[in-house]
Design a protein around this ligand. Sequence first.
Ligand code: FAD
Length: 638
Amino acid sequence: MKQGQVSQVQIMTPPKSFALFCLNRVFNYVAFVRSVMMARKFNISLVVAALSLITRILPVAVAVPDSVLRARHVQTPEELRDSYDYIVVGAGTAGLTIADRLTELPECTRRIPCFMWNPSDPNGDRQTAHLYNLTSVPQIGLNNRTIPLGMGFGVGGSSAVNGMAVMRGTAIHFVPPNPVLAADFNITYDIQAWGQYNDTRLYASFPGGLNPAINWCIETIYDGLIQTPGIPFPADGHAGNHGVFYYPLSVDPKTRQRSYSRTGHWDGLNRPNYDILTSARATKIVLSGKENAATGVECILTDTEKRVTVKANKEVVISTGAIHTPLLLQLSGVGPRMLLKKAKIPVKVSLPGVGANFQDHPIGPPIRFNFTKPPPPPTSNSTHLPPSEGQGQGLVADLPLPVAAPSAFPAIASSLARQDPASFAAPGTDSSVLRGYKAQNNLLAEQMLSSAPGSLSFLHWVIGYGTAPGANPINFHPTSRGTVSVDPDNIDAPDPVVDYRALTNPVDTDLMIAYLEFYRRFFGPEGPLAGYRAVETAPGAKVTSREDLAGYIRANYIPQAWHPVGTAAKMRRELGGVVDDELRVYGTRGLRVADASVIPILPGGTTQLTVYVIGEKVGFVVLSYSHIASCPETDFMC
Ligand SMILES: Cc1cc2nc3c(=O)[nH]c(=O)nc-3n(C[C@H](O)[C@H](O)[C@H](O)COP(=O)(O)OP(=O)(O)OC[C@H]3O[C@@H](n4cnc5c(N)ncnc54)[C@H](O)[C@@H]3O)c2cc1C
């Protein structure tokens, strides 16, 4: 395939190897994003790109009305089968992806129930009521404020309630081998691996609807960014580089409805080998024998409070998200020994990393300006707005640290590299976890010095929000590490104790100050927008000392953007890792974790795309391998 061709309008021949086939499946979703971006670059109508994809999946979509065909919905214990080959716990973003892939091969796998909690209406669509109502403990770094966090719990999990932004990290995240980054998820930026199959039913598109009130703002800021040294403008926001680009949404371009794991991986499936048990909360994985083999799942039926155990013949995959996965592991006896002992939970596997390494993208305090000489409103021939049929939700600028903090970056990097993580980690953190933090610090410090293509971006600026020019800077790579733990005094509580430990590492304050200073330069009298004579309204030009800025940050910092990761990290065990490269939980047999919790360091992008890929990895690449010997090759081609 030549660079620049629109992959979706080509009919490709099947790949020769199973591995390539799997990779192609993984990349379908991304490929569509890319084709849309390519279409914009080469002035090919987005509609053509979208239609080509729709045309290819249409026979399936038409022949299978959603209302009729779905996985068997099990609602009472009596309907459960005696045992299941695979049990996927959690019908969320990754969980539904995995269950779909496993049940694609009817001869090879049998019967997978997905447990989920409180889905009052499994046929329903996005409902705000389908959010967990969770709050963190008081944050010592944030003047003891508590922080609400929302995770989805309907069929579809967080993909059913999320903001639908579709982004990817920069390339370094996905280039193996790397001991502490996502690596090894077999994501590649090789265009050859993309877009050769179009059998996905998940979409990313530019559905239109960019708020006209903020267009002027985008136009003006875009102009300013062009004049700022060192900022690339990749035509394709998914090419793995930092820079300025429009991002698409997980929206079906035809129906303009949310495209999420339920519509992509559950609606329309009618498979005799697929059961879904709802209104059930898993409380424990049964680990048997010396090998701690996962032989079943205990759960509580939320309508009747009845407890049932479902038997697993082959594997259990935990896919309950970065907040509830560490809780479920700990309740099963897999976690930090001291914590489990305190909670009186028999220790099956001492794994200190379970619930450690907790991260989310923090949203910084607002910095706002008034233009006293306002820019002219955009005209219809504005050059920087996306084409009308291709309006996305927004424009972002993802900047490496040398661009965001051209004078501060060496000092920030060297202070991180010199740190002893024990000084900032939660009290009692195990030495293996501290070694993992050190490895992460070293990698982040190295990346803070780089603006090479594909290196990490640090400042994430979502442009165009707010009524006034300015920003709430988002830090793509915070250095503080939180914890998610069972409450030792109440192990029956459905939710864990969540502690962001926000701003406990002073480097995070240094980064936020550097970002606020970036905006002061950008909007100020020496910056590219000087002609508009901006006056700073928040925090105000008088707030300049480190102490004052740190106080402003402490009072306004929000340590989460609904992207929790890292609490069952895919890292080496001696670095505090919880799962290996194939996402198997250390010290167990037949137990994997596949959801956002395995991501060791936050990607420089929103998280859903990476989570889908994790689901694909487990559901298709890893588990399918165990059946290659017994399944005819053609099974994989259908
Ligand atoms: C409000 C919000 C906005 C977001 N915005 C964006 C965005 O714009 N772009 C983006 O890329 N990402 C966004 N994200 C993040 C993204 O959606 C998540 O990273 C991703 O969906 C996580 O997938 P997961 O499979 O790890 O977990 P989930 O999709 O959350 O799935 C976990 C599932 O497990 C179930 N579960 C939990 N505990 C149990 C139990 N004990 N027993 C049985 N079931 C259980 C839950 O009910 C849920 O269904 C947002 C998230 C939220 C919540």
